[in-house]
Design a protein around this ligand. Structure first.
Ligand SMILES: Nc1nc2c(ncn2[C@@H]2O[C@H](COP(=O)(O)OP(=O)(O)OP(=O)(O)O)[C@@H](O)[C@H]2O)c(=O)[nH]1
Ligand SMILES: [Mg+2]
Length: 451
């Protein structure tokens, strides 16, 4: 059943993940009071006041103590009559309460159903709702900041909504013109259409670019690469402050790559740090496989730290690695600065000399890495299109605008009118003014339960 067809149902779902001290179950819909009465015995709840209740979980279960918060319509998240049950945070209690609610005529909510109702009842725009999954899933403060701006700031909508009004007007004129083709040039202002295409692209293109940055910045990967024995694993351990990878004087120690999340202090970004198999020509099948994996991973890594041994003359393997990664502009680091520097070390053009053993130079290396990460971060002052579905719509709109531009002077009125209408519809979808029920289904199906 579509979300729109379930509007009359009273729905319930857990709003918190398992494992916390308190679990919250949300209820929304016209039968909320009736369900609460059967569950707690209370006839009346003062809206927004916490009430300690004993929950009747059925004949075979002991009663549960819970705080009940009641919201009268329309002053609630969904705009409907709603309640929150604050329970002890055990999975069993939540499951038992939910199955009791089902017996009392509440229906298990679908993912995103609460937010869907909030949009339907004008509590938030579709664009604001579309930012919610990112807001819920944020890993660090930067992601949270961006998702909040998208959810509450409406950066995109501020420009898109007035543009949509212009597209609406144009669409109306275009459709009227179909019946009077001889008046096309008179009534369809081609120059104005051209300007409108440009203005729409001026909004769309930076938003799409910024969105791509946002995706890439989600958890950037930093790969530590280099020939065997240069100290990759020791550096990996030092950065993580953890004895995680095996460190040994034997070259070719690391085979499988190791990954760990690493929190950079400034900017406050979580990155994925990878220690990899040393790169060299080798006959060993297992080591070869490790090297293949290093190379595959390097292709999908945003940043590469190319490590070499600054106390030793650069080897053929160092030079080959330098050439291999050159297109990815690696941070080139000379390690083992605690030992005497080899006169040829400079030939590798290192950005920095460090010692993974003593920690010398490591803070400076972190600063250099942070600078590179910052350079790829999205601009929080520009719009970001959160939610994959909105990105797809934005890309379709970009293609539609290009098509319309190519049709402007082609002289085919019918195609021109269709193209105008398509641009208007897609911009409408992007600003949440769409009658397409499937769009709503697609957006809300990716939400978590209870949102
Ligand atoms: N003096 C000194 N020794 C170091 C330093 N970094 C690493 N080593 C030593 O160099 C040897 C190799 O270190 P690893 O971290 O295992 O090197 P790796 O690059 O991971 O090597 P593979 O896994 O074989 O590719 C070990 O004996 C380390 O103790 C350093 O900064 N100074
Ligand atoms: Mg290693």
């Amino acid at each position: 059943m579509r979300l729109a067809e379930r509007i009359g149902l009273t729905i319930a779902a857990p709003a918190t993940a398992t494992g916390g001290a308190i679990a919250i179950i949300r209820i929304s819909g016209p039968a909320t009071s009736a369900v609460l009465k059967k569950l707690t015995g209370h006839d009346h709840f003062v809206p927004r006041r916490a009430t300690l209740c004993s929950l009747d979980l059925g004949p075979r279960a002991a009663a549960e103590q819970a705080i009940v918060l009641y919201f009268a319509a329309p002053a609630s998240y969904t705009g409907e009559e709603m309640a929150e049950l604050h329970l002890h945070g055990g999975a069993g209690t939540v499951e038992e309460t939910l199955s009791r609610l089902t017996e009392l005529d509440a229906t298990p909510a679908a993912p995103g159903e609460f937010s869907f109702r909030a949009v339907v009842n004008g509590k938030m725009t579709l664009a604001q709702a579309a930012a919610i999954p990112d807001l819920v899933a944020t890993q660090d403060r930067l992601q949270a900041d961006i998702a909040r701006r998208a959810a509450y700031g409406g950066l995109f909508e501020q420009v898109a909504v007035p543009l949509l009004t212009q597209w609406d007007e144009l669409d109306t004129i275009a459709n009227a013109t179909v019946d009077f083709p001889e008046q096309v040039t008179e009534h369809l202002p081609l120059a104005k259409i051209s300007t409108l295409i440009e203005e729409t692209e001026r909004l769309l293109v930076p938003a799409l670019e910024n969105t791509q940055r946002f995706d890439r910045a989600a958890t950037p990967r930093i790969l530590i690469a280099g020939r065997p024995n240069v100290g990759k694993s020791l550096l990996f351990n030092r950065l993580l402050c953890l004895d995680r990878a095996i460190v040994s004087p034997e070259p070719g120690t690391t085979r499988d790559y190791l990954t760990a999340l690493w929190q950079l202090p400034l900017p406050a970004v979580t990155v994925e740090l990878c220690d990899t198999a040393g790169l060299r020509d080798t006959a060993s099948g297992i080591e070869k496989e490790g090297i293949t994996r290093t190379l595959t991973l390097s292709e999908v890594s945003e940043h590469i730290v190319l490590l070499f041994d600054g106390s030793d003359a650069p080897t053929a393997a160092d030079i080959a690695a330098r050439a291999l990664f050159a297109p990815k502009k690696p941070l080139v680091i000379a390690n083992k600065a605690d030992l005497a520097r080899h006169p040829e070390a400079e030939s590798m053009a290192p950005d920095l000399f460090i010692s993974a053993l003593t920690g010398e130079g490591v803070p400076e290396m972190i600063t250099l890495l942070a600078g590179r990460i910052m350079a790829l971060l999205p601009d929080a002052a520009l719009p970001i299109l959160l939610h994959a579905e909105r990105r797809r719509v934005a890309e379709r709109l970009y293609a539609a605008l290009e098509e319309l531009r190519s049709l402007l002077f082609a002289g085919d009125l019918a195609l021109l009118v269709i193209a105008i209408s398509r641009c208007r519809t897609l911009l409408g979808e992007l600003t949440g003014r769409s009658d397409d029920p499937d769009l709503y289904e697609r957006i809300f199906s990716s939400f978590c339960l209870g949102k």
